[in-house]
Design a protein around this ligand. Structure first.
Ligand code: AMP
Length: 230
């Protein structure tokens, strides 16, 4: 089988993390989030974390060489047979080209890129209200998905906090960065004929069902486990 991957592409707040978690639960795709990896590195105080922290706090991108090295290291250490779902990677054309050349060298396949499309207003509302569990990473929203007890994670009882880069000024910078850097990337995958646009302003269940249905169609049953597609 070898390595195969799909990509979830979208602005900050488009719902990549939430949608990826639901797709991972319904399929055999392993969720691969560069943002989560970097946050973990910052938490652990590793060399990578120290290199990435300032960029993350400003809402800027971590340099391409740092990201690609981190991704390739993880892929090399992982199983030889795996379906990956990249979330937040690639973010620039340079990252996409480096991923392509790595995939070529290991005969891996990039089958689809799902672009989660959402308006700026929806993003601002989602991100300023987002709260994340400090302990297990579960995601909540103060209005749309409130925890049973304010400030406390329903899953593990951990403390719910706002991500440092979810403050309004930083969000605006992250959105501008996304627009600038990712336009080329969208065109790049569109030209390859593997880009699928998904309206991500809808309810989570509808978005997930759409993506699962597209995956089922693309692979016509070749993916070993895709359940829940309508
Ligand atoms: P995310 O959780 O995907 O929104 O990522 C949080 C932050 O991590 C971003 O604002 C960037 O600073 C950094 N980051 C995550 N993935 C990448 C990437 N592929 N390239 C550059 N920076 C990244």
């Amino acid at each position: 089988m070898g390595i195969a991957a799909i990509i979830l592409l979208g602005a900050p707040g488009a719902g990549k993390g939430t949608i990826a978690a639901a797709i991972a639960a319904a399929t055999d795709y392993a969720h691969f989030s560069t943002g989560d990896m970097l946050r973990e590195a910052v938490k652990q105080g590793t060399e990578l974390g120290r290199a990435a922290e300032a960029c993350m706090q400003q809402g800027s991108l971590v340099p391409d060489d740092v990201i690609v090295k981190m991704v390739i290291n993880h892929l090399c250490q992982g199983p030889a047979d795996c379906h990956y779902m990249f979330d937040g990677f690639p973010r620039t054309l340079a990252q996409a080209e480096l991923l392509d050349s790595h995939f070529k060298s290991i005969q891996a396949v990039l089958s689809s890129v799902f672009l989660l499309e959402v308006t700026r207003e929806v993003v601002l509302d989602r991100l300023t209200g987002r709260r994340v569990c400090r302990k297990c990473g579960a995601i909540f929203h103060i209005r749309n998905l409130p925890p049973k007890q304010s400030g406390v994670c329903d899953v593990c009882g951990g403390e719910l906090v706002q991500r440092p880069d979810d403050k309004q000024e930083t969000i605006i910078n992250r959105l501008d960065v996304f627009q600038r850097q990712t336009e080329n990337l969208i065109a790049y995958y569109d030209r390859q004929g593997i880009l699928a646009r998904v309206d991500s302003s809808r309810q989570k269940n509808e978005i997930v069902a759409d993506i699962l249905a597209m995956l089922t169609k693309i692979f016509s049953g070749k993916v070993s486990r895709v359940s829940g597609a309508s």
